[in-house]
Design a protein around this ligand. Structure first.
Ligand code: ZN
Length: 296
């Protein structure tokens, strides 16, 4: 049995020593797969980063707050970009959706090979302050989960444990996706940290639990024991903020000369949104209006 709606739960455990997030993201990752026509190893890579984005939406205090995650490991997938907002929306894309490798030594999709291990993980948080927060760490694993664990430890000085998983069906659709993020709060005892590490190590693959019909709340109890206190539950879903108006402004920014060239050479313009693959066609008449309203 699978959940009809993706969501994230926020909880505390170990007498408030741990802040925990758990998510089921099958619908989100399935939508990304269909929109970008990703092949399985790419679905897994993009889906893991998107699941991380989904988990982080629950910590945003305002609908307009936004987090951008960018993984650039030098591998054949190119960039993986995910944007998550305080409204619970997540969108994302990769440079190369069509990759196919043999399974790795554990019989799993070889995400590390697609992502690469020579590059950086970037996090940009726009929390409505004058300057956005920027953090980055070198890619240490390419499997995504460990890379975020390293990011939280080094860049945010928060000992954390991250587990994410995506299970892809042979016909490319997504059977299960989800993740866990456990953060040890300041002043937590050593044994709390040890318990988190042990819980994660013993956690059966996140996706197995989700396939077996377990919900995020149950996943948390498996890892942290019965004293988990659920604080809140947040829906998450794919959504893109693009529009004709927005892409019209992109065209306008090309300027009078380029718009004139475009009109003469092609007679129309077609723009595709990176994040959702929506196509926007501007015909000759619309291009002329844009050109005439361009100031230079
Ligand atoms: Zn879009």
């Amino acid at each position: 049995m699978t959940q009809t709606q993706d969501y994230v739960v926020v909880a505390t455990a170990k007498d408030g020593g741990i802040l925990a997030y758990a998510a089921t993201t099958r619908h989100l990752v399935d939508e990304l797969q269909r929109r970008h026509d990703t092949w399985p190893v790419v679905t897994a890579a993009l889906g893991r980063v998107a699941t991380m984005g989904a988990l982080l939406t629950a910590g945003l205090k305002h609908p307009q707050h936004e987090i951008t995650l960018q993984v650039q490991g030098g591998g054949p997938i190119g960039k993986i970009v995910v944007v998550a907002t305080g409204l619970g929306t997540v969108k994302g894309y990769v440079d190369e959706p069509h990759l196919d490798f043999p399974l790795n030594e554990f019989g799993k999709l070889d995400v590390k090979r697609a992502v690469g291990q020579e590059g950086f993980l970037y996090v940009l948080k726009d929390l409505g302050l004058q300057e956005p927060y920027r953090g980055s760490v070198p890619i240490v694993s390419g499997e995504i989960g460990e890379d975020f664990t390293y990011y939280f430890a080094v860049s945010e000085q928060t000992p954390s444990a991250v587990a994410t998983g995506v299970l892809v069906a042979p016909e490319l659709s997504v059977l299960a996706a989800g993740g866990l993020l456990l953060q040890v709060l300041p002043d937590a005892a050593e044994e709390v940290i040890a318990a988190v590490e042990k819980g994660i190590a013993e956690l059966p693959q996140v996706t197995n639990l989700l396939v077996q019909g377990e919900d995020p709340e149950t996943m948390l109890r498996r890892v942290l024991g019965e004293d988990v206190k659920i604080l809140s539950r947040h829906p998450v879903a794919f959504s893109c903020s693009c529009s004709r108006e927005r892409l019209g402004r992109v065209l306008l920014s090309l300027g009078k000369q380029e718009l004139t060239d475009l009109l003469e050479e092609q007679g129309h313009a077609e723009l595709v949104c990176h994040f959702c693959s929506e196509r926007y066609l501007f015909d000759g008449e619309e291009l002329r209006v844009l050109r005439d309203s361009a100031r230079y």
